[in-house]
Design a protein around this ligand. Structure first.
Ligand SMILES: Cc1ncc(COP(=O)(O)O)c(C=O)c1O
Length: 399
């Protein structure tokens, strides 16, 4: 046992988080062990990140191999893993070009800056309006919290970037009411994640595509949470059949090794000419080598099909538990991004369920104050799934 405990967090860390009382020290697959050796089934994947589970052998091997070759070289040089990953993303998506960054917020920051710069290049400075959705979440930089639709994240930091309009999600009429020739971009999560696992309707996304084309505005899909297999499709736009102009990805792309990406077309990419935007670490060989292997494993058709079956099992069990407990008002989601909204009586209490689950050896998440969020590894084994669902039943039946 080390000298560091949960109390150390309160002594030396900035208190912008309130982590769980136990400290994970080791993980394998969907199992995690804490300092005392207690075992947990992980239905969180580090918030939709460790999609291949903890320390997957194939990824550990790639990380080890690359760690002995080249970690970092800066943007004055490119690297083989960087180019290999970019080539794969281009082959497997609508995109012609990729830029790598280090997180979801940075990917969105890049996307928003690109959309504004593209508008300046082609139409002039007046075309700067960004339309975003209430309750959306796009990261924690000042630009991305300002575009995100939640005042609790954006207020209290002084003046915000201007010309950003928020309208209700899934409401095409509301978009039509504010879009005009000065709109440079519409940014949307295909499934709103942080605010409660709320899927966009197909007609809404199709409508956004049409209206963006009509006003020469770029359509940005924030797939930071929905991307890289989470919904049972490599990217969620593939399920909806609506192709964005810019797509952002992060979280699962590195299975826990920090990396983000912004994908776009040849035409739009031209607006990021040399020097216009940059990052020291983005696209470093270590992160890209890991992510290339992740992309290989997750984009496999059979792998993606299995996610659908696991999702059905998970949903079925949640519905069954709801019959027994009456705890949920709604159960929704796609693939293994699943939300269960608590009935009114338990509103505001989602995090109490998370604590209770941890006492039963189960890690789960919230998505806002009223929704339990489940995002297990995409390759969770039948045994891990059954065990986790048993622990979930114990948790819900003891309320
Ligand atoms: C949809 C979405 N966009 C952006 C982000 C921000 O990503 P990061 O925390 O890697 O900056 C998140 C994180 O939860 C997210 O869910």
């Amino acid at each position: 046992m080390t000298q560091y405990t949960r109390d150390t967090f309160d002594q030396v860390m900035i208190q912008n988080y309130v982590p769980a009382q136990f400290l994970p020290v080791r993980g394998k697959g969907c199992r995690v062990w804490d300092q005392e050796g207690n075992e947990y089934i992980d239905f969180t994947s580090g918030i939709a990140v460790n999609s291949l589970g903890h320390c997957p052998d194939e990824i550990v091997e790639v990380l080890k191999q690359q760690s002995e070759k080249l970690w970092h070289s800066s943007n004055w040089f490119t690297s083989e893993p960087t180019l290999a990953l970019a080539t794969k993303l281009v082959e497997k998506t609508f995109a012609d070009r990729v830029m790598f960054v280090n997180s979801g917020a940075e990917a969105n920051e890049a996307a928003l800056k690109l959309a504004r710069r593209y508008a300046v290049d082609h139409f002039g400075y007046q075309k700067s309006k960004i339309i975003a959705f209430k309750q959306s979440f796009h990261g924690r930089t000042l630009f991305t919290v300002s575009v995100g639709g939640q005042a609790k994240y954006s207020d209290g930091f002084g003046p915000k970037p201007a010309d950003i309009v928020h309208v209700p999600f899934n409401d095409l009429a509301a978009v039509k009411a504010v879009i005009d020739e000065n709109t440079c971009a519409v940014i949307v999560e295909p499934i709103q994640g942080e605010s409660g696992i709320l899927p966009a309707s197909e007609s809404f996304l199709q409508g956004l595509r049409e209206i963006c084309d009509q006003y020469q505005a770029l359509l940005i899909f924030d797939e930071v949470q929905t991307g890289v297999g989470r919904t049972g499709h490599f990217y969620a736009y593939m399920k909806y059949g609506v192709v964005p102009d810019i797509l952002t990805s992060a979280k699962a792309l590195g299975n826990g090794f920090p990396i983000g990406a912004m994908l776009t077309t040849n035409e739009i990419a031209k607006s990021f000419a040399p020097g216009v935007h940059g990052t020291t670490f983005g696209g470093n060989p270590l992160a890209c080598a890991v992510a290339e292997k992740v992309v290989d494993l997750i984009s496999d058709t059979q792998f993606l099909q299995k996610i659908q079956r696991t999702s059905e099992q998970f949903m079925q069990k949640l519905h069954q538990l709801n019959h027994q407990t009456g705890l949920f008002k709604d159960i929704r989601g796609e693939g293994l991004l699943i939300g269960a909204e608590l009935v009114e009586q338990y509103h505001g209490k989602a995090s109490e369920f998370v604590k209770k689950a941890a006492e039963n050896g189960l890690m789960i998440l919230v998505a806002g104050p009223n929704v339990l969020r489940f995002a297990p590894a995409l390759n969770i084994s039948d045994e891990e799934l059954a065990l986790g669902l048993e622990k979930l039943a114990d948790t819900l039946l003891s309320v």
